[in-house]
Design a protein around this ligand. Structure first.
Ligand SMILES: Nc1ncnc2c1ncn2[C@@H]1O[C@H](COP(=O)(O)OP(=O)(O)OP(=O)(O)O)[C@@H](O)[C@H]1O
Length: 263
């Protein structure tokens, strides 16, 4: 579903140049939940932003769902981006718009009629259990509810891929778990391919099928978590997994039971 080949990103030039992402290859299958972990400054967010060309690659090719998005421009690039949803740590909701109007923003930009926008936005809000709060403004919502609205906004254009950049980092552990549970449902129900940037190994262990460990712009190892308990081979991989405290099963069960009710 996602194929990065020789992709790199350098910011600036000359002595100020920063090689945020070294030339790398990454392959993510359809319906896979792929994690990207590493310390601050490792290049995780830049790598994620290269997937939908929010960041222009310095070298390499990015193919998403069979389309080489590095070759697109203008309207065709905008259309390809509609098939790639994004959610962020800061939610990025417009404070002067209701939840419904935030969700419908992309449709508005596409010139959809008001009635069509409303219909599709309500479907997306229902999908995230937020239909009853359609008229609420962001300031009237909790962090978890804001993230649900942001997820609805990313779903309204029916993407095949959802990119998540530290989407749960600003949330408490219980709300984090209910959002993760919810992302897992979306993956199962809609077959969405998820790419999750996080610094929390707990998030990876709970949610991901695979994880790429990043250090100084490079993927230093890839681990398939479907093969059983992870056996990292690099010092960083070992450090990240061994220093994680983990969520105990009771906490996870409890969070899943109340998912949707209290976020
Ligand atoms: N727009 C930019 N201009 C210049 N340098 C940048 C830019 N964006 C990122 N960088 C640099 O690229 C490197 C990788 O940054 P990036 O944000 O991708 O890392 P990260 O792993 O996501 O970190 P964090 O977890 O702190 O968000 C850092 O050295 C950062 O300072």
């Amino acid at each position: 579903m996602i194929e990065l080949t020789g992709v790199s990103k350098e910011f600036g030039s000359g002595s100020d140049a920063v090689q945020a992402v070294q030339p790398l290859d990454l392959s993510i299958g359809e319906g896979e939940i792929a994690g990207i972990v590493g310390f601050s400054g490792a290049g995780k967010s830049t790598l994620l932003r290269l997937v939908n060309r929010l960041e222009e690659p310095t070298t390499g090719r990015v193919v998403v769902d069979g389309t080489d998005i590095t070759k697109l421009s203008g309207r065709r690039l905008r259309e390809a981006r509609r098939r790639i949803g994004v959610i962020f740590q800061g939610f990025n909701l417009l404070s002067n718009r209701t939840a419904l109007d935030n969700v419908g923003l992309a449709l508005e930009l596409d010139g959809c009629s008001r009635a069509e926008r409303r219909k599709r936005s309500m479907v997306a809000l229902e999908r995230v259990g937020m239909a009853e709060r359609a008229k609420a403004y962001p300031a009237q919502l909790s962090g978890g509810q804001k993230q649900r609205v942001a997820i609805a906004r990313s779903l309204v254009t029916e993407p095949k891929v959802l990119l998540s950049d530290e989407a749960t980092s600003a949330l408490d552990p219980h709300t984090t778990l209910s959002i993760l549970h919810f992302l897992r449902d979306l993956n199962a129900d809609l077959g969405l391919t998820l790419v999750i940037v996080t610094h929390e190994i707990n998030v990876v262990s709970y949610l991901c099928d695979t994880v790429s460990v990043m250090e100084r712009g490079a993927i230093v190892e890839g681990i398939d978590l479907r093969d059983g308990p992870p056996e990292p081979s690099t010092p960083l991989g070992r450090f990240l997994f061994e220093s994680a405290t983990g969520w105990d099963e009771d906490t996870v069960r409890l969070a899943e039971q109340v998912a949707g009710a209290t976020t």
